[in-house]
Design a protein around this ligand. Structure first.
Ligand SMILES: [Zn+2]
Ligand SMILES: [Zn+2]
Length: 99
């Protein structure tokens, strides 16, 4: 598992995001697995999973000024190949076509 770091308070988890060590109450992702439907808000795990990890003592609430006490953990980038570039339009309008 890759190391994770909070972009707000700078706390680092060399073993990876501690929230991933508990099962997610929101999407039922088992421990060690990413959330199945990561929210699109810059964090790869559900809020309920973060708070559960805090409850069981795996994670401390973020010490930076946040409205919800959650760490800002950038989601891991999925291994995706670069999207293929769209080929230029084959049927380019003929130049000088007069009406
Ligand atoms: Zn989840
Ligand atoms: Zn933090």
């Amino acid at each position: 598992m890759k190391a994770a770091q909070c972009t707000r308070c700078g706390e680092e988890w060399p073993e990876g995001d501690p929230a991933l060590r508990v099962a997610c109450p929101s999407c039922q992702a088992p421990s060690g697995r990413q959330c199945q439907r990561p929210s699109g808000h810059g964090c790869g795990v559900h809020a309920a999973r973060d708070s559960l990890a805090v409850d069981v003592g795996l994670l401390r609430p973020c010490t930076a000024l946040t409205w919800d006490g959650r760490h800002a953990k950038p989601p891991p980038l999925p291994p995706q190949p670069a999207p293929p570039r769209l080929a230029r339009t084959a049927a380019a309008p003929a130049q000088g076509a007069l009406l």
